[in-house]
Write a protein that binds this ligand. Structure first.
Ligand code: TA6
Length: 300
């Protein structure tokens, strides 16, 4: 059992970084600085809230999310590693990998000279991870909380051989209504439509979503923005170290079938994810590291 008081003694920063147990189960880090507030759960290194000052919440969290060991948290920024989606050859292994189903350790917390806060969490290979994946690794989530939120998954290969992995920063954004947003930055990109298995190319300037949608836009690192008329804001999303941008919304029917989402939950979120998947997996040589990151900002 992780003790939040011990963590506070070791990593707490007066008035800026604190630790809290929820229902005596999962431990959260609360960050508060002059730019923003954020909550991060140690289970999965999962950011569940990011709220720049004087603005609304940027991330969507399901009001019916599980917060218990063995179950993924629904909403926020799940970290999928070392594969994205179902496992390629063994469907008994957890969807989206095991990293979101494990406790990460706190590596460091820092108050940066510019007033931002940095939190680093680490997951190292262990007997437990080797049950799912045979390699040795150190995965560090670097989180920088300022006017923007920067999330970086930094994977080091500590094995004697090269490995290949997939991953996703599976971000859920809080929106006024799925019918009132448009996603910019995807024009001209080819995508795999997961629901039909077909490929397509987006001709429209702006993606509008009116039905279930799971698209994996291929070979792209370009920035994307969610223009939200209802909330009168644009969420900007930049990324690096990921060649696939996944956009997901389950729409009404599939949403109603998900046990950890309210029936109308689909209306208030859209996932725009930085992923390494399909033909764009990541290969890392022994001793080397690779970083996948997203930077989120808001324009009002
Ligand atoms: O990223 C899109 C996706 O892979 C969808 O297919 C959808 O099922 C979603 O992720 C959620 O996955 P989860 O395992 O969290 O229910």
């Amino acid at each position: 059992m992780i003790d939040s008081d011990e963590l506070d003694d070791k990593f707490g920063i007066e008035g800026e970084v604190g630790f809290m147990e929820m229902d005596g189960e999962l431990v959260f880090i609360n960050v508060s600085n002059k730019y923003a507030d954020a909550d991060i759960c140690l289970y999965g290194a999962h950011v569940t809230s990011f709220r720049p000052v004087r603005t609304m919440e940027m991330l969507w969290m399901s009001s019916e999310s599980n917060y218990e060991e063995g179950k993924a948290i629904r909403g926020g920024i799940p970290v999928c590693f070392p594969w994205f989606g179902p496992h390629k050859t063994d469907s008994s292994l957890p969807q989206h990998g095991f990293a979101r189903l494990m406790y990460w350790d706190v590596l460091a917390t820092k108050s940066l000279p510019n007033g931002e806060t940095q939190v680093d969490l680490i997951l190292k290979s262990s007997e437990e991870t080797r049950k799912y994946w045979p390699y040795d690794f150190e995965a560090v989530m670097h989180l920088t909380i300022g006017t923007t939120l920067t999330v970086t998954l930094d994977v080091k290969n500590t094995s004697a051989e090269s490995f290949e992995y997939g991953c996703a920063l599976h971000s859920y954004f809080f929106i006024s209504d799925i019918a009132h947003i448009g996603i910019e930055g995807l024009k001209g990109l080819s995508y795999l439509n997961q629901l039909t298995g077909e490929t397509g190319k987006q001709d429209e300037d702006v993606l509008q979503i009116s039905e279930p949608l799971t698209r994996h836009y291929q070979n792209t690192e370009t920035p994307v923005a969610i223009a939200d008329e209802g909330f009168r804001r644009r969420i900007t999303i930049e990324k690096a170290g990921s060649k696939v941008t996944t956009v997901w919304n389950p729409a009404e029917e599939a949403c109603a079938g998900m046990g950890d989402m309210p029936d109308d939950g689909f209306a208030n979120f859209v996932c725009v994810e930085a992923t390494a998947s399909f033909d764009y997996m990541i290969t890392v040589a022994p001793g080397e590291s690779f970083q996948t990151s997203q930077v989120f900002g808001v324009e009002e």
